[in-house]
Design a protein around this ligand. Sequence first.
Ligand code: C2E
Ligand code: CA
Ligand code: CA
Ligand code: CA
Length: 277
Amino acid sequence: AKAAGGSRLRFFEPAIAQKAQARLNLRNKLKRAIARREFVLHFQPIVAMATGAHVHYEALVRWNRPKALVQPAQFIEFAENEGLINHIGRQVFDMAFAQLRDWAGEGVPATMAVNVSRSQFLEEDFVEDLLARATRHGVAPSRMVLEITESLLITDSAAAKVVLARLIASGFRIAVDDFGVGYSSLSVLVEYPVQIVKLDKSLIRPLECDPRARAMVSGFIALFQSLGLEVVAEGVETAVQHEFLAAAGCNLGQGWLYGKPMPATPALAAASAMESR
Ligand code: C2E
Ligand code: CA
Ligand code: CA
Ligand code: CA
């Protein structure tokens, strides 16, 4: 058995070793990126369905490498698994608060939504740290929406409840992101004092061709509104989707139809052009 195992091991060893090496390489590159603060934020408008006015902006992180702008799908989950997301998250919050302060200085009273990973949310001093950063930048917490996922509220309910209550008491607003992905639980939205729910793009995409998707989405919108929640439809790409959602009473929309994620300053415009290629 040992001989057979040995030969099998020899056969698979190079692939495993390569994977481990690739993991280590990316980990080291990310750690260097954190030390050098190589991350930037792009901003995507969330618009009022009725008027098209920009109600707030979602901050979406990108890794600004010398020759490429790396999308979050390439490194966020990895950073979460490697215990590096909290470092990136703190830089994201500093950039977000700095941008809010700049906009306020330019007379733009914008609010901003920022994505928060599970391990950030459950970090011991998350709320204090966030408040300290807000104060340091002179930004009121009420200007910021924190986007968290349902799964966080389901799997870590006791701890999450305490953190949520403190964030809300501090003036932050909370959005439940990606509703409709995986194991959606309506009870979460009744039980927790969140203010905003975001319908995932996977619910919006089939609206044009699937009457059952239309029935489900208009039902969700009516239900959420009766609970006093603001509803954001994500991934709105077509006028047909927009018309349906607006008629169903959805207040807010986000998607390529209204605007793609964009850098906030002209200095980053070149990188943005690169990203869209
Ligand atoms: P998300 O929070 O669901 O963000 C929305 C994603 O949908 C963004 O992808 C956005 O570019 C994309 N999107 C917007 N409109 C449309 C549309 O009309 N059609 C389609 N097909 N896509 C659209 P992005 O920027 O690649 O971000 C991916 C995910 O990475 C985010 O999903 C979020 O979960 C995570 N993420 C981004 N920034 C951060 C961050 O600062 N911290 C953490 N923890 N996660 C982040
Ligand atoms: Ca989000
Ligand atoms: Ca989302
Ligand atoms: Ca997400």
